[in-house]
Design a protein around this ligand. Structure first.
Ligand SMILES: [Zn+2]
Length: 91
């Protein structure tokens, strides 16, 4: 499999206590994961993991591929994001 990836933009992905962002390695690439308390969310988001709504004020995560940027971000239930990785076959 061609898992070609450029040098990691680590300077950008440094976890900061204020942003609650980390970079996670996944089988399909690296993802920035931002943990939200939910207190600032005012509208429901559709979780791609379970296809249900994430109600406002629910703590959840926002993720996006490191190499594509935050324009491609998705809102996930925290458990669905974690289960996403578990569902994939290990190599
Ligand atoms: Zn979900």
């Amino acid at each position: 499999m061609g898992r070609r990836r450029p040098a990691r933009p680590k300077s950008n992905g440094t976890p900061g206590p204020r942003l609650n962002e980390t970079v996670e390695e996944h089988p399909d690439g690296d993802y920035v994961v931002r943990r939200l308390t939910g207190s600032s969310s005012t509208k429901p988001y559709r979780c791609p993991g379970c296809d249900h709504l994430i109600q406002p004020a629910t703590p959840h995560v926002v993720t996006w591929p490191v190499d594509r940027g935050a324009d491609d971000r998705r809102h996930w239930h925290t458990v669905c994001w974690q289960a996403r990785d578990r569902r994939r076959p290990r190599r």
